[in-house]
Design a protein around this ligand. Structure first.
Ligand SMILES: [Zn+2]
Length: 113
């Protein structure tokens, strides 16, 4: 969340982060929109959160109505929740995908040591 705020302050371009945990139960899409002074300077950021349905997002154009149970990610920072069948398919067919698990820790803990 902090990195997204910094980016919007720096670039002045709105952004949305999907499937974010923000201290409440569930996952949220958080949208960061710059608020500007009369001269265009970014003076604040309006953040809105929308709870996302916990459905598989790995079904492609056909979609998938199965519950999302596992989060996968890649080394570029893209991530999505999926049903076990689509997660397995993604792991087998996309070389850089891995299961994103909070239990495994992550770079944030290392950076904040
Ligand atoms: Zn699925």
């Amino acid at each position: 969340m902090r990195a997204s705020l910094d980016e919007v302050y720096r670039t002045g371009v709105a952004r949305t982060d999907g499937d974010v945990r923000c201290g409440l139960p569930g996952l949220f899409d958080l949208t960061y929109e710059p608020r500007r002074a009369a001269d265009g300077t970014v003076i604040g950021i309006w953040v809105t959160g929308v709870e996302t349905a916990r459905l598989c997002r790995l079904g492609g154009s056909a979609g998938c109505t199965e519950p999302a149970e596992v989060k996968v990610a890649d080394s570029w920072g893209d991530s999505a929740w999926g049903c076990p069948a689509h997660v397995e398919d993604a792991i087998l067919n996309v070389r850089t995908v891995f299961i994103a698990s909070e239990e495994l820790g992550g770079l944030a803990a290392y950076l904040n040591r």
